[in-house]
Design a protein around this ligand. Structure first.
Ligand SMILES: [Zn+2]
Length: 123
C-alpha cells in the first residue's frame, strides 16, 4: 500500500526531528499534498493512525492540506491556479501550460505543545 509507506516515512522523519531538536509533545503534523499527487489523503491518515501506536507520536494528529496546482502560461506569462484539472490559461486560453507545482508531498510544519512554565504559581 502506497500511502502506508509514505505514512511510515513521515513518522520516521518527525520522530527523528523530535529527538534531534528535543521537541516536547507534538500535537499535530501538517502535511502538504499537491492536488496532482496520487496520494489518497484518507488512506494516508488511516495508515499514519495505525502505525503511530507504540511510538512517541501516538497522540499526534496528522493534518493534511491539499495544495492546488499552479500553472504558468508560456504564451502570455500568466500564473494561475488550475481549477478542475482544466489545463488552459484563463487569460488567453492557451494550452501551453507549464506546471509549477502540484505533485509535491512534504511536511509543512509541526504544531508543538507549549511547555507550561513549571514552578512558582500554584493554582
Ligand atoms: Zn496565457
Amino acid at each position: 500500500m502506497h500511502e502506508l509507506s509514505i505514512a511510515q516515512s513521515i513518522l520516521n522523519t518527525v520522530l527523528q526531528e523530535k529527538t534531534s531538536r528535543q521537541l516536547p509533545h507534538i500535537l499535530k503534523i501538517v502535511v502538504h499534498i499537491g492536488a496532482l499527487s496520487d496520494v489518497v489523503p484518507d488512506a494516508l491518515k488511516f495508515g499514519f493512525d495505525a502505525i503511530k501506536q507504540d511510538t512517541a507520536l501516538a497522540e499526534t494528529e496528522l493534518h493534511i492540506e491539499i495544495i492546488p496546482v499552479s500553472g504558468h502560461c508560456k504564451a502570455c506569462g500568466n500564473d494561475f491556479d488550475v481549477q478542475n484539472f482544466v489545463f488552459t490559461c484563463p487569460h488567453c486560453q492557451s494550452g501551453q501550460i507549464q506546471m509549477v507545482r502540484g505533485d509535491e508531498l512534504h511536511i509543512a510544519y509541526l504544531e508543538v505543545e507549549e511547555t507550561p512554565s513549571t514552578g512558582t504559581d500554584s493554582s
